[in-house]
Design a protein around this ligand. Structure first.
Ligand SMILES: Nc1ncnc2c1ncn2[C@@H]1O[C@H](COP(=O)(O)OP(=O)(O)OP(=O)(O)O)[C@@H](O)[C@H]1O
Ligand SMILES: [Mg+2]
Length: 239
């Protein structure tokens, strides 16, 4: 079953085409990584799927529902972590979780979410005093508090040390176990290779390739890692 379907989706800013006529489907329960150079169009694509930006042309269906027709129903079923996200920085972690919990009609239990993102030790610390890794784990927790079917994460691990990245992935993999669909962007090919079921490589608003990491690696002569395949497909470099 598909969680997401895009048909001929285009985004034009002024006279610049940021996303060019993309059509693809994403299977329920998959972790899908969107990769590409700075400015390739990842955030634009993700934010159109989240319903934050409107496509200039084309159709987006989430969980079989056309976004245009029933955006409220769709929004209750998605969770988002934005590339540049603001929360009330003076609030304690427990206060943030309680606040977001009360926003939704069918929220998960706050203790349960804090356990998933492993923040039990920090509930009385103010957001502004957390390290980068713990901030991202908080934002991830807030993204899943409404028990969404689809979770969008725009560069969730950027700037984190290897230990913090692994901790974040541990939480992400817990959602996958529950058959949730996860779509994220990343500039770290090692984590995309390790954790993603499918990779979408975009270049100048076009999909260059969409496939499993292993198939992408095997499709490029001499490529040993996804990073090798990325340089070939996204950067046009010969190995
Ligand atoms: N609101 C906007 N108005 C005009 N141009 C925009 C707007 N948002 C993005 N762009 C342009 O669209 C292109 C794609 O931007 P986008 O932010 O989607 O890239 P990205 O792949 O997420 O990059 P990064 O890796 O740096 O986050 C860029 O050339 C950017 O300058
Ligand atoms: Mg971006």
């Amino acid at each position: 079953m598909d969680s997401i379907r895009l048909k001929n989706v285009t985004k034009i800013y002024g006279d610049f085409c940021a996303i060019n006529n993309l059509s693809f489907n994403i299977k329920k329960g998959d972790i899908v990584g969107i990769v590409g150079a700075n400015g390739a169009g990842k955030t634009t694509l993700l934010e159109m799927m989240m319903g934050i930006r409107k496509p200039t042309k084309g159709k987006i269906e989430l969980l079989g529902i056309d976004f245009k027709n029933n955006s409220k129903k769709v929004k209750n079923n998605i969770g988002v972590l934005l590339q540049e996200q603001c929360v009330y920085k003076d609030a304690k972690i427990i206060e943030l979780f309680n606040f977001f919990h009360d926003l939704y009609p069918f929220s998960l239990n706050v203790e349960e979410v804090i356990e998933i993102v492993n923040l039990g030790k920090y509930i009385n610390v103010k957001f502004k005093n957390l390290s980068g890794g713990l901030k991202q784990r908080t934002l991830l927790g807030l993204a899943i508090i409404n028990n969404p079917e689809i979770i969008f994460l725009d560069e969730p691990t950027t700037g984190l040390d290897p230990d913090a990245r692994r901790a974040l992935w541990k939480s992400i993999l817990k959602f996958k176990k529950e058959n949730k669909t996860i779509i994220l962007s990343s500039h770290y090919m090692d984590e995309v290779q390790k954790y993603c079921d499918e990779v979408i490589i975009i270049k100048n608003g076009n999909i260059v390739k969409k496939d499993k990491p292993i198939n992408l690696i095997n499709s490029v002569v001499k490529a040993k890692t996804l990073e090798d395949a990325y340089f070939y497909y996204a950067m046009g470099e010969e190995l």
